[in-house]
Design a protein around this ligand. Structure first.
Ligand SMILES: C[S@@+](CC[C@H](N)C(=O)[O-])C[C@H]1O[C@@H](n2cnc3c(N)ncnc32)[C@H](O)[C@@H]1O
Length: 303
């Protein structure tokens, strides 16, 4: 992993940890209970994998079977987890999208001419990158290889999928030396659209690997981010999350999964979701996340 990328992930982790946690109690209780249930239900005779393990703020490692591996690209995540949980777990530090290095190379090629190193004009670089992004297809090869080699019985995805786009956008901003996005919502932004499509492809490729892993899946992710101080409500479970969210009509709502429908991609006839929960997480003043937690049993052979 390149230095800017590693630094960026460390900064994101620090930003996450140093936020004001005073309103996080409800979220932390629910996410720990959900992931804890996944760890307790895991077959201890088989490997368990925790994706987006981070510092372990949300992961009750005391409940993890002995052969549990953490996975997080932040180079400090394993140390943070060891400090918090007194457990030095096996760890993988690779990028879960498999596409960040290629994205970084593409941005570098667009901000400066590869042959001379001369920086291109901002507008020219933005258009070049918007044109190049559709040819990038993130492929989580490291994750696929690990799963093929170790055959985990249970995989937890601990609030990482909604970060794929955030990290990719920060990477683009870092290499551009500022924001390349159009701020005016009335004006078309081809780069933001292309970035959104990249995020969709990255999350879809990740989920396809999980779907084909043969493991029980316990997934927690940001389903929506709503920018408002006003109280929001949640109705009873609806497969389509906008129908469950109440009070967000006319507000700025962003979708960290870029339109991906997790239930459709993972569900169907083979996998049966046996936990479906959503809750609101007041992350910061004026910013509330709709968190989704869903668990799927692996298809049983011969069933
Ligand atoms: C919101 S935090 C999750 C916190 C974590 N579950 C915990 O208990 O501390 C998201 C985590 O995903 C990691 N991450 C983000 N993008 C990643 C990627 N492409 N590959 C691997 N890890 C990534 C970050 O380093 C961060 O630790």
């Amino acid at each position: 992993m390149s230095t800017p990328l590693a630094r960026l992930l460390r900064q994101e982790q620090l930003a996450f940890l140093t936020r004001d946690h005073s309103a996080w109690g409800g979220h932390l209780d629910q996410v720990r209970a959900f992931l804890g249930e996944g760890l307790q239900a895991a077959d201890p005779a088989r490997p368990v994998l925790v994706l987006g393990a981070g510092s372990g703020l949300e992961v009750p490692w005391a409940l993890a079977p002995p052969d549990t591996t953490g996975w997080d690209a932040d180079p400090w995540s394993r140390c943070w987890t060891a400090l918090r949980h007194r457990r030095w777990a096996p760890w993988v530090f690779a990028d879960l999208t498999g596409g960040l290095s290629e994205l970084e190379a593409a941005v570098r090629r667009t901000v400066a001419e590869p042959w001379s190193g001369r920086r291109r004009g901002r507008e020219q670089a933005i258009l070049r990158l918007a044109g190049l992004l559709p040819s990038l297809h993130p492929d989580p090869t490291a994750l696929r290889a690990w799963i093929t080699a170790r055959r985990p019985g249970t995989i937890l995805s601990a609030n990482v999928m909604g970060q794929f786009g955030v990290v990719a956008e920060r990477l683009v901003e870092t290499l551009f030396g500022g924001s390349p996005w159009t701020r005016d919502p009335e004006v078309a932004d081809p780069l933001a659209e292309a970035m959104d499509a990249w995020t969709h492809r990255a999350a879809a490729a990740f989920l396809v690997i999980l779907r084909e892993s043969g493991a029980d899946l316990w997934l927690v992710h940001d389903r929506a981010v709503v920018f408002t101080e006003a109280p929001l409500g949640l109705g009873s479970w609806e497969n389509r999350w906008p129908q469950q969210l109440q009070g967000a009509e006319g507000l700025e709502v962003s979708d960290p999964l870029s339109g991906l429908d997790v239930m459709t991609l993972l569900g169907g006839t083979e996998r049966i979701p046996f936990r479906t929960q959503r809750w609101l997480w007041p992350v910061a003043p004026g910013q509330q996340h709709l968190v989704e937690a869903v668990a799927f049993r692996a298809p049983r052979l011969g069933a």
